[in-house]
Design a protein around this ligand. Sequence first.
Ligand code: BG6
Length: 487
Amino acid sequence: MTSVVIPVKPFDLVIFGATGDLAMRKLLPALFRRHAVAQIPEDARIIGLSLSNHSNEKYRSLAREALVKHISEEELEGHLDSFIERIHYMPNDVTNPEGWTELVETLNEKPDRIRVYYLAVGPSLFGVIAHGLAAAGLSGGGARLVVEKPLGHDLKSAQQLNADIGEVFDEHCIYRIDHYLGKETVQNLMAMRFANALFEPIWNAQAIDHVQITAAESLGVGTRGGYYDHSGAMRDMVQNHLMQLLCLIAMEPPHDFNADAVRDEKLKVLRALRPLKGHTALRNTVRGQYLGTETAPSYTDEVKNPDSTTECYVAIKAEVENWRWAGVPFYLRTGKKLRSQATEIAIVFKKPPHSVFGELSTPVTPNVLSIRLQPDEGLQLELMTKDPGPGGFRLRSTPLDVTFAKDQAKGWRMPDAYERLLMDVVRGDQTLFMRGDEVEAAWSWIDPIMESWDDSGLKPETYDAGSEGPTAAVEMMARAGRRWRKI
Ligand code: BG6
């Protein structure tokens, strides 16, 4: 497989929080890879800012270390020095109005190019930086602002955050990243739905029994306990990543693959979600925390909070109340320290209405279209086929397999989501970014669920580390005569 590289126009990308984990682990490696394939023009600059009082040389050496850590020697060869040359660092305290002079001077050396401000900092600084940029005269000319979750802690704070940055930047200049939308397989989901006539006639309640969206992780919360215990799986994964996947499955075909057409359709899905409150919320959701073993810490040990009621596992039965999906549950599930690392969307179709093979045969299992985001990215359609050979008429489920991993084996590398998303910001394409009203609509659905959990006074269920999650989640499925797919 060959990749087509379309160079972008010259740009200055300013990273606030340039010494942080996101910048070092994700942003610089993604930019390096786009540099290595010559997508980034020669004179594009990466300008790093943070509180640390590093010299330019010191920051460049830190960036070099990070790249050596995250990218293979083979990939770095021949490109590392030229990439490092692009990087310019300046210490900056964004809360000090005097502190912007060096940035202003540097950017004004090249006044006519695309400007991108990436806020790789905590959300409490989003408004401060947006207003600081405005005061320094740097927010105009179509400059783009990139922000990433947490985009609020609830609806109210999300509205406040949207209002703060919206005072300075127009919506068409704000890029809210959900890195799941940059994943190759997620884009493939849209290709599959909207570039094939095959699926549309069966993409509805007549043919589909239910949908399962799973993001299972095998690792615990590790060193992120401080952040995580304040957030939990619902805010960390469901409100953004899982709900975005639900939208892409459930939305109507947009009239065009442009940002507002796609986002209008996603918004309609979010607004059609059946509200879950009080008893209904408790019955249709399960929260969990993993237990420890003799050798491994429990969730509450890891976050150093024995009384924590924060969930690191969530399962939800959601319903989209419209003509297409009436009666089709969307089961969402995510958790830490589960049996394996697997992110998958499974569309489970209805069984044939009548089995013509009767007792002669093995039972018919429903067709499942599974879209695997990771690992082994690909699509699989499980079909019933005849077991080959004479004697009897046995059926078996056989996968029709489109595994992208095969392309990787031939030397093709699955791009990281940030590679795509960063270049989309420079290109000015917001299709794979969340609009402010989408984020707020997602919180409007999430908030009552979390309030119901709080009001109930109940604690999360527990589950064994390395298991498939709490038994209550299995029971929630079993009540409807269904079962989770194996993690
Ligand atoms: C992040 C969450 O947004 O997504 C993490 O904060 C989670 O808790 C991660 O581990 C999962 O992303 P991916 O791309 O590994 O599925």
